[in-house]
Design a protein. Structure first.
Length: 252
C-alpha cells in the first residue's frame, strides 16, 4: 500500500495472539492510512476477530499478545483499552453491544462520553453528522434500541462509535446475520466513511462485499496472513475467486 504522503494511522508488526498453547494469530503485519478502508478477509475461525481484539488490547481472559501495535506513531505496548479509546481507536464488535432498553438517541449520546470527558462540547454537531450518514436513526431517535431491525442495530453501533470521533474505526463482521439487501446498504455506508477522513479496518467473512468497498486487503487463514494487495487485485486473483468469491455471488 503506497500512500505517499498519507498519514499512517495504524501500524501492526509481527502481531501474535494466543490462548494458552493455541496460536490464534501469528506474525500479522498490516497498516491503515487516514481516509482509507482496509479489509481482512478469511473463513470463519481464521483469527479475524482475534486480530482486532489484539490490536485493541481487548483479548478475553487467558489471551496474550506479542509484537508491536503503533497508533499515530505511538507504540501501544502495555496501553490499556480505555486509553486506546481516549486516543482515538474504536472497535465495533460483532455482538454490537447496544443498550436495548435505552433509546437510539441515548445510545448515541453514550458514544460521545469520552470526548465530553476530555472537554469537547461539540457532540450535537457530531450527532448531526451521524444522522446525516444514518437518516433512519434520526427517524427512530426516541425508539428503544432493542426494537430496531438487525440492519438498524448495526447502523446504531457504527453511529455510536462515530460519536467518539475516532481516528481509527474497526468493524468486526458488520454484515453478520443481515439480509442481502441490508448488507448492500451497510456496505454503501461503510464506503461513505472515507469521506469523513476516518481510517477503517474492516474484518469480514463476506469477501466479495468487503473487497468492493476496500482500498487494500489482507487474507488470513488459520492465523496467518497469506495474501495481501490492493482490493481490486485481490478481487481478481484466481485463488481468492476460487476460495472466497465463487460461492459468494448471491451475497454481493
Amino acid at each position: 500500500m503506497n500512500g505517499g504522503a498519507m498519514e499512517r494511522i495504524l501500524e501492526v508488526e509481527g502481531l501474535g495472539a494466543r490462548y494458552g498453547k493455541v496460536d490464534a494469530v501469528r506474525g500479522a503485519t498490516l497498516a491503515v492510512e487516514a481516509g482509507r478502508i482496509v479489509t481482512v478477509i478469511g473463513p470463519n475461525g481464521a483469527g479475524k476477530s482475534t486480530l482486532l481484539n489484539a490490536i485493541m488490547g481487548a483479548l478475553p481472559p487467558g489471551g496474550t499478545s506479542s509484537g508491536r501495535v503503533a497508533f499515530l506513531g505511538e507504540d501501544l505496548t502495555g496501553v490499556p483499552v480505555e486509553r486506546r479509546v481516549a486516543r482515538g481507536m474504536c472497535l465495533v464488535p460483532e455482538r454490537r453491544e447496544l443498550f436495548g432498553s435505552m433509546s437510539v438517541a441515548d445510545n448515541l449520546a453514550l458514544g460521545a462520553y469520552t470526548p465530553r470527558k476530555q472537554g469537547r462540547r461539540d457532540h450535537l454537531e457530531q450527532l448531526e453528522v451521524v444522522y446525516g450518514l444514518f437518516p433512519r436513526l434520526k427517524q427512530r431517535a426516541r425508539q428503544a434500541a432493542g426494537t430496531l431491525s438487525g440492519g438498524e442495530r448495526q447502523m446504531l453501533a457504527v453511529g455510536r462509535a462515530l460519536m467518539a470521533r475516532p481516528r481509527l474505526l474497526m468493524l468486526d463482521e458488520p454484515s453478520l446475520g443481515l439480509a442481502p439487501l441490508i448488507i448492500k446498504e451497510i456496505f454503501h455506508i461503510i464506503d461513505g466513511l472515507r469521506r469523513t477522513g476516518v481510517a477503517t479496518l474492516l474484518v469480514e467473512q463476506n469477501a466479495r462485499a468487503a473487497l468492493q468497498v476496500a482500498d487494500y486487503g489482507y487474507v488470513i487463514e488459520t492465523g496467518d496472513i497469506v495474501m495481501q494487495g490492493p482490493a481490486a487485485e485481490l478481487a481478481n486473483d484466481p485463488k481468492v475467486i476460487e476460495t472466497y468469491l465463487g460461492l459468494g455471488k448471491q451475497a454481493a
